[in-house]
Write a protein of this length. Structure first.
Length: 205
């Protein structure tokens, strides 16, 4: 792709680094911004910088937040004895949209994936195990995507806490095997949370 401007080329190259954005789409987006009033681009760049510099991770659940403890963890009406284990913030948002879960979350920040060089210690697993071992959690719901990596991560955590007195469950298979939670419709995902099954039972499927 030939560019008449080095500045345009640089902007397109940076934009194309975003997931799902190829060079042609990046060019279309950059040209769109050029046609807009300069103030729009300034607002966008300012919002991105503020997000990058000001964003925090909840010290309790590792959800993305503007403050040290996210709104979900700080809500006194949530059941802090039930923790739903998810991969990232997109899964928190997907489950929250169902209005079917009133407990707390624990965001792992990914899944165990040896092929990608991601091991247990690269994720927020140790803090979760510590929570369980303190005895304040009554149920752990595994809500990772139903992929090999998700199942591997679930099983690893289960092995770490199997000697603890705690209920372990997993979302029911209303979510198709191989599906990511963020793409599930709200009704199906909500029913999968409500109709969760004991984790041990999922190992026999």
């Amino acid at each position: 792709m030939e560019f008449s401007s080095k500045l345009l080329e640089k902007a397109v190259n940076e934009m194309s680094q975003l997931p799902g954005i190829g060079k042609r789409t990046a060019l279309r987006l950059v040209l769109h911004m050029l046609r807009q009033p300069k103030a729009h681009t300034v607002l966008l760049s300012s919002a991105l910088m503020q997000m990058r510099e000001g964003i925090k991770f909840c010290k309790n659940c590792y959800n993305i937040s503007d403050v040290d403890v996210c709104e979900i963890c700080a809500n006194p009406h949530r059941n802090n004895e039930i923790i739903c284990v998810v991969e990232d913030i997109r899964d928190v948002m997907a489950i929250e949209n169902t209005s079917s879960f009133k407990g707390l979350y624990h965001v792992l920040g990914g899944k165990i994936s040896p092929m990608d060089g991601i091991g247990p210690h690269d994720l927020n697993i140790d803090p979760l195990v510590e929570k369980v071992k303190k005895g304040k959690v009554k149920e752990l719901i595994f809500a990772l995507s139903t992929t090999m990596e998700g199942d591997t991560t679930n099983f690893y955590i289960f092995k770490q806490i199997q000697d603890c007195t705690i209920i372990t469950s997993t979302i029911s298979r209303g979510i198709s095997v191989g599906d990511e939670l963020e793409y599930a419709d709200e009704v199906t995902l909500g029913r999968s949370i409500i109709n969760r099954i004991p984790f041990e039972s999922s190992l026999k499927q």
